[in-house]
Ligand binder design. Structure first.
Ligand SMILES: [Zn+2]
Length: 195
């Protein structure tokens, strides 16, 4: 049975949505292929999977990539394996090959990397599991992350469609939407609650 991914941060406020609006593009010059969040700073794996890469990337700070076993998309009812990429961590607390689950701490939210704008976590979820380190966010290859394959169709997904808010303990998750920020989709306040 497909798993339900939960939030990587228990107390989470969304500050930038996936591919939302021209305001983000106007400020940063490109679409946003992930979701930015702030809140509690401990970052967990979102479900059960295996670490594919972990280390310090020149552009995005400490990054971790995880291949999640089949996950449920609550938006369209689909299920498939998904790669999760997490940027701007202050360090990586997992190693390639390691099995993880929702209770595994992968790092602490940081403020490092050329593309950071203050302490936050950038979450990318991608259906293309064959090229897990390729991200449309980069326009040139870095040491860990690679620029999205030229001419390839974008395979990232809106993290909101694959994420659930687990309200019961020990996670006791909460999700809110940042106030007065132009690049947040208001629907991001309504991620499905599970117990
Ligand atoms: Zn981001």
């Amino acid at each position: 049975m497909a798993q339900q991914l939960i939030q990587p941060v228990n107390d989470m406020t969304v500050t930038a949505s996936y591919r939302w609006g021209g305001a983000y593009r106007a400020r940063f010059g490109s679409d946003h292929y992930g979701q930015d969040v702030v809140g509690s700073t401990t970052v967990y794996a979102q479900g059960s999977g295996r670490v594919l890469f972990a280390g310090c990337d020149r552009v995005c700070g400490y990054v971790v990539g995880i291949l999640y076993d089949e996950v449920q998309n609550h938006f369209d009812g689909g299920s498939y394996p998904v790669v999760g990429r997490y940027f701007h961590l202050a360090g990586a607390q997992v190693q390639p090959g390691q099995r993880v689950d929702k209770d595994t701490v992968i790092g602490i939210m940081g403020d490092i990397g050329a593309l950071t704008t203050g302490r936050h976590l950038h979450i990318e979820l991608d259906r293309d599991t064959a090229y897990p380190a390729y991200t449309p966010t980069l326009t040139g290859d870095s040491n860990i992350l690679k620029a999205g394959l030229r001419g390839a169709k974008d395979t990232t997904l809106d993290p909101m469609r694959l994420t659930h808010c687990k309200t019961s303990g020990p996670d006791n998750q909460r999700c809110a939407v940042g106030d007065g920020i132009a690049w947040v989709d208001p629907r991001d306040g309504a991620i499905p609650r599970i117990r």
